[in-house]
Write a protein that binds this ligand. Sequence first.
Ligand SMILES: O=C(O)[C@H](O)[C@@H](O)[C@H](O)[C@H](O)COP(=O)(O)O
Length: 248
Amino acid sequence: MTRAVVVHPDDEALAAAVAARLLTRLLDVQSVRSPVHLVLTGGTVGIATLAAVAASPVRRSVDWSSVHLWWGDERFVPAGHADRNETQARDALVDALVAESGLPAENVHAVPGPDTVGSPEESAAAYAAELARHADGAAGVPVFDVLLLGMGPDGHVASLFPGHEGLSAGGTTVGVHGSPKPPPERVSLTFEAINAAREVWVVAAGAGKAEPVAAALSGAPREEIPAAGVCGTERTLWLLDVAAATPA
Ligand SMILES: O=C(O)[C@H](O)[C@@H](O)[C@H](O)[C@H](O)COP(=O)(O)O
């Protein structure tokens, strides 16, 4: 497994570069295997990256008919709610891929919300079952080709927060309560599921991320800095802007 850190001038350049890197990676993977499994993230930079993919002419080079989209975490709010990572991803890119680029609607694997299940735990169980239905590795999830993660100022990734019960959860998914980042109820992939990905890309921008970035890269305990606990089986990329890469 290799790890690399790539730094960009600012958040706009970062989102554009991650989009270009992602599209190129999808093309490279599709030249050797199919289907491709991509895990999306919420957050400012995560969604900006999807918007940059939508704006790129290279988007037309990808065979979206054999791509599956998943989420690393989801807020436990109803389908269509503005706070859902899915809603923001659909608005930025996903609905256009379904309407115009041949992405099958059934390949968009949304995490169930309170409009269809009764609790974050029920949602986590349903999402785990969907992941298992597409599993091709021993981990009970598809072997994700790229798993995108934003990172919070406390070092959280997905909805794995410092000191929270999700950090030690077994299995592939976990229901989260009392999230310090609103909304409080969420569903998240576990470290086990995240680290089954071939490539994990942590994307972070802004001075507020510099301290957890430095801590994660210097080996902080994942209980304190969850971002320190993510690792792709083949590669881990830290894709940053200068502000996030510059410790105070
Ligand atoms: O559901 C969420 O909120 C996201 O999945 C979360 O993990 C996000 O990626 C980070 O909090 C970074 O968000 P920003 O890029 O907006 O700081």
